[in-house]
Design a protein around this ligand. Structure first.
Ligand code: HEC
Ligand code: HEC
Length: 203
């Protein structure tokens, strides 16, 4: 009996240990509450199937960290999908850092959205003129230090939603210079910019 008990408890200890090792490995691979985010942003951070859910994979962590705070304190109101604000509300500072680093480490893929080459060329000129000082390519070596979030390869529907929200005041522009530039845009220029951002190919 005694032997059986001992081997039984040894087995239990070993499986506890195995559980701890697995749990630790899992925690490193994936933040514990990642499913809360993956429900919309996807396991790959691309939010496939949801037009208004921005691509967050491969965006520098510093930028990904800023956004949840902006949703938490109301500087960004959730325009289309209020659930995003509900999702970030309970996150601790550590959670936010963990999620940001997790998604930042993933590759930034192209959206595969269709675009018009001529419009994209017009958009590139507008971008270089008004936006490039702060918004650089996701592959630019200075992307982490750039003031703005990379826009190339972002979903068109989301870009339109975000630009519309700045223009109506549903999102505060954190840098006044950007507000000045956005005031120079009309619907045609926004279209051209969206085609330009869709034309980006990471390869
Ligand atoms: C119900 C769907 C949904 C869930 C769940 C969700 N998000 Fe979002 N997320 C969105 C939408 C939609 C937006 C854009 C909202 C807007 O600005 O109006 C967004 C925006 C963001 C942005 C800003 C990206 C940018 O380019 O500015 C970040 C970062 C982000 N989410 C991270 C997260 C994290 C981390 C979680 C998990 C805690 C999460 N989201 C959960 C839908 C969701
Ligand atoms: C002086 C720097 C600066 C300039 C110039 C600028 N932006 Fe921004 N932009 C930012 C910063 C900083 C953010 C993120 C913080 C915020 O939401 O205000 C941002 C955010 C954005 C976003 C939201 C991105 C996301 O993923 O949520 C869009 C879209 C955008 N900018 C478009 C533009 C366009 C288009 C232009 C040119 C017409 C432009 N910006 C010019 C600094 C700038």
């Amino acid at each position: 009996m005694a032997v059986q008990n001992r081997s039984g408890s040894l087995r239990a200890q070993r499986s506890n240990l195995l559980f701890l090792v697995l749990a630790a490995a899992f925690a490193n691979a994936e933040p514990a509450n990642i499913q809360v985010c993956a429900a919309c942003h996807g396991e790959d951070g691309a939010g496939v199937g949801y037009d208004y859910v921005p691509i967050i994979a491969g965006t520098p962590a510093a930028h990904l960290e800023e956004a949840p705070y902006a949703y938490k304190d109301g500087a960004r109101k959730c325009v289309g999908v209020p659930v995003m604000c509900d999702a970030v509300a309970p996150l601790s500072d550590d959670d936010i850092v963990e999620m940001a680093e997790y998604y930042a480490a993933m590759p930034r893929l192209s959206t595969d959205e269709e675009f018009d080459r001529q419009l994209a060329a017009v958009g590139e000129i507008i971008h270089n003129d008004l936006c490039a000082q702060c918004h650089v390519l996701p592959t630019d070596e200075k992307v982490e230090d750039a003031l703005g979030i990379p826009l190339n390869g972002q979903k068109g529907a989301y870009l339109r939603l975000a630009l519309g929200a700045y223009l109506t005041g549903d999102r505060e522009t954190l840098v006044p210079i950007m507000s000045d530039k956005l005031r120079l845009l009309d619907q045609d220029k926004i279209d051209a910019l969206v085609h330009y951002y869709a034309s980006w190919d990471p390869d």
